[in-house]
Design a protein around this ligand. Structure first.
Ligand code: BGC
Length: 809
């Protein structure tokens, strides 16, 4: 152990308290031992340091910070250098604001377009997500602040996020849901990691030894600390034994007492506690040291400029009929759409940043060489029809040569804490788009949306720029692209399907009961669409430029590929080239192609360059559940270089020898998986894939500490059912008002145990047990336990506090 000297001096009470948060964001400090406290803050695309009242939902104010584009946006840049630059600026701001651990990036896989937090995540592809996350981590950590990739792992659903069990086979777990984290840890050298709320195969992520010790620490060599998501700890003692260090945010000393009791009863070993304390000490001491003599300021304009460059590099040009873009100097434009006045540039929840400033199109368009005929909000954000504003918009549009139409997903459509229930944008925006098309054929759509949307209306638009959620400087970036001073180079980091029903997890998402069955297995995103031959609207990796690129001269060696890329247009520009690998006729089922590398190359008009993409340990591997190892199937692999997953420009071959003769699947028994048609996998086939029976996730009517409050619907107690009704009504009202109430959403989806784990010591687990008895119909017994628990808890808390302040042995 590195800090044996300190650990020897610590009492068990100090050790147990040290392994939990003190307040919403800090760790415990112990003056007598020289242990300082460290500070954690969200979030992935800007610092949310709360100087006053803290909360993990983005409700209370935070200090001003640069709001960069969200991860879903930046992933479209496919630019790891940009990721590193963003990481550096985030790290600088964190340091200036006294933040030691930055709670991001978020890199959960976009299993379904409906996940409410997709705007915070990079991609449907683990390789791209991992590379982008690693670049952020490197940048952040280069400034002496630790990054905290999250949420580890298989956390792709918001509904009852703290009370659901992701049921996934080991191969899918490894290839799809863990590979990104593996890259963030091995290549990014992340020093902290956040364990997810959910269970993975029946064991809470934070207590999951397979994840936290076998894979994270032993296989990947992670030598930092695991921090629970806020309220994600179920049994901290089991967490500590499994490899988790810090229980956040503020579970109170009841949890510390439970940890001590677990050691005393032999449930866990003191050696596990000491190891977790040692790892945490190492991080706390290092981070405090890093912050000595820190600067208290950062360069606000320079960081705004980085945000603008990032937004520009990440914008995807989806369509550009007749070369309508870029606009010619002096073009007569109409500016239509509420988003041009009130931009949607970030998402709701714990990642919400208080920006240093926000640019809007309506304010800055005057700085560009275009003639604005007029501007109108056109539609109202709450979905209501507004005939007067609509008429105003149509009149202006009729007089302009081009209509710049700003639209997308409203604030209430996507948020932490809830999943969407469809992929549509509001109908009033579509209606206006159609009517604009009748008065002016030259409509240029500028979309803001943090996740994939259906676009059955795309033919109304001549050009489409997809900006995702592009941060506080997004408006400038959009204008730069529209007017041509920046040539777009973003490409989609997720597929835009034609309709929601086409998506692979359509029948399985979100789970209605306690278990979420990942029946689609490895067929997520383009892996599914390509293999099952489902047509999509815009494929993964797609994006246009104002110039054109030509690919030639592919050479494949043992080490990787090289090819020549030429800019054959008359504008400078950058191209994202993608390396995909497939194995035709594979004995082990696999998608027809998988992303295994990419490069972004800038070329002047007419210039050509040799591009090289190296193979790595992930290029040919698959996870073999029979040998329980990564293996390589022997054969002649198809090496594809594409401008998108659907636009393969060059093909070659690479031969590989097999590493095992053990084939984990019998083809005849895995028909869905061998065909890729996985939308209706039978119970039998899924069980064969899992290698065990499908767990029963149904509620039986009696509620436990890990059931969500919204399950009080099943409660025996009339009082509990009444509380359920009140909560549901409040949630409904908030939903209807167009602004999700994050507090209500959180409470609705949180399990009973969180009342103890997140109340800073006011509620103990004994009290929670009383509440559950009450909910299950034992009113008086339950009430007795609550009252008794309350008094017992406060006196025990006082005694504990006295011990740690005095440092008694
Ligand atoms: C979110 C995390 C976040 C934490 C602290 C949780 O609700 O899931 O992503 O870092 O709160 O705000």
């Amino acid at each position: 152990m590195k800090h044996q000297d300190i650990i020897e001096k610590m009492t068990i009470e100090e050790k147990a308290a040290f392994l939990q948060g003190k307040g919403e964001w800090q760790t415990w400090d112990f003056e007598r031992l020289g242990i300082p406290s460290i500070f954690c803050s969200d979030g992935p695309h800007g610092i949310r340091k709360q100087a006053g009242a803290g909360d993990h939902l983005g409700l209370n104010a935070s200090l001003p910070a640069t709001c960069f584009p969200t991860a879903a946006t930046i992933a479209n840049s496919w630019d790891t250098e940009l990721g590193e630059t963003l990481g550096q600026t985030l790290g600088e701001e964190a340091m200036a604001e006294g933040v030691n651990v930055l709670l991001g990036p978020g890199l959960n896989i976009k299993r379904s377009p409906l996940c409410g937090r997709n705007f915070e995540y990079f991609s449907e592809d683990p390789y791209l997500a991992g590379k982008m996350a690693a670049s952020y981590v490197k940048g952040i950590q280069s400034k002496g602040v630790y990054a905290c990739p999250k949420h580890f792992a298989v956390n792709s659903q918001e509904l009852r996020r703290m009370a659901m069990n992701s049921v996934v086979d080991e191969r899918t777990l490894r290839e799809i849901y863990l590979t990104g984290f593996e890259i963030a840890v091995k290549e990014g050298k992340a020093k902290t990691i956040m364990s997810a709320y959910n269970e993975v195969n029946g064991i809470y992520a934070n207590e999951n030894k397979h994840l936290l010790t076998d894979i994270l620490r032993n296989e990947w060599g992670f030598d930092g600390i695991v921090i629970t998501d806020w309220g994600a700890s179920n049994d901290h003692a089991l967490g500590v034994a499994a490899g988790s260090n810090l229980e956040m945010p503020n579970p109170g000393l009841d949890s510390a007492r439970e940890l001590i009791a677990a050691v005393e009863s032999g449930k866990i070993k003191i050696e596990d506690v000491d190891e977790r304390v040692d790892e945490l000490l190492d991080v706390v001491l290092r981070l405090s040291d890093n912050a000595k003599g820190k600067k208290d300021e950062f360069d606000i304009p320079a960081h705004h400029a980085v945000a603008r460059r990032a937004a520009a590099e990440s914008t995807v040009l989806l369509k550009n009929e007749d070369g309508i873009l870029p606009l010619k100097p002096g073009a007569k434009v109409a500016v239509i759409g509420d988003f041009a006045f009130v931009p949607r540039y970030q998402g709701a929840g714990s990642s919400m940043v208080n920006p240093t400033k926000v640019e809007t199109i309506s304010e800055i368009i005057g700085n560009y060489d275009v003639q604005v005929i007029g501007s109108s909000r056109g539609y109202s954000r709450n979905g209501d029809e507004d005939a007067v504003t609509k008429k105003e918009a149509l009149d202006i549009a009729a007089r302009a040569d081009f209509v710049l139409y700003f639209f997308g997903l409203n604030e209430d459509s996507e948020s932490e804490g809830m999943d969407r229930n469809h992929m549509r944008i509001p109908q009033n925006q579509i209606t206006l788009m159609q009517e604009l098309g009748q008065v002016n054929p030259n409509i240029i759509g500028v979309i803001s949306a943090g996740s994939a949307i259906e676009m059955p209306w795309h033919h109304y638009l001549k050009a489409m720029l997809h900006c995702y959620l592009n941060g506080q400087a997004g408006a400038g970036a959009v204008m730069d692209i529209l007017t041509g001073s920046v040539n777009p180079s973003g490409k989609l980091s997720e597929t835009l399907p034609r309709r929601y029903e086409d998506t692979p997890a359509y029948r399985y998402y979100p789970s209605q009961q306690r278990t979420s069955e990942y029946r689609e297995s490895i067929y997520v995103g383009y892996r599914y669409y390509d293999t099952a031959e489902i047509p999509v609207l815009y494929p993964f990796g797609f994006g246009l430029s104002y110039t054109k690129f030509e690919y030639s001269d592919l050479a494949v060696t043992d080490k990787g590929v090289s090819f020549t890329l030429k800019n054959i247009g008359d504008r400078d520009g950058a191209e994202v080239s993608q390396l995909y690998v497939g194995l035709p006729g594979a004995k082990v089922f696999r998608p027809v192609k998988e992303l295994k590398g990419f490069a972004k190359t800038f070329l002047k008009a007419g210039e050509s360059k040799k591009v090289e993409i190296a193979f790595d340990d992930k290029t040919f591997r698959y996870f073999n559940v029979k040998t329980n190892k990564w293996e390589i199937e022997g054969g002649s692999y198809c090496i594809m270089i594409g401008a998108s997953s659907a636009d393969i420009r060059l093909k070659g071959e690479a031969s590989k020898a097999e590493t095992t003769a053990e084939i984990p699947y019998v083809k005849e028994s895995f028909k869905a998986y061998y065909s890729g048609k996985i939308q209706t996998v039978s119970d039998d086939e899924f069980e064969r894939l899992l290698g065990r029976s499908i767990p029963d996730g149904k509620w039986d009517g009696s509620l436990g500490k890990n059931d969500a409050l919204c399950q009080m619907y099943y409660a025996k107690s009339g009082l509990a059912r009444l509380i359920y009704k009140i909560l549901t009504n409040k949630k409904k009202k908030a939903d209807e008002s167009g602004k999700p109430d994050l507090n209500i959403l959180f409470i609705y989806n949180m399990p009973f145990r969180a009342m103890a784990k997140m109340s800073g010591g006011m509620v103990s687990m004994a009290m929670v047990d009383g509440i559950i008895r009450l909910v299950n119909g034992h009113f008086f017994g339950g009430l007795g336990s609550i009252i008794g628990g309350f008094f017992g808890n406060s006196s025990k808390n006082k005694a504990y506090e006295a011990k740690i302040k005095g440092g008694n042995k």
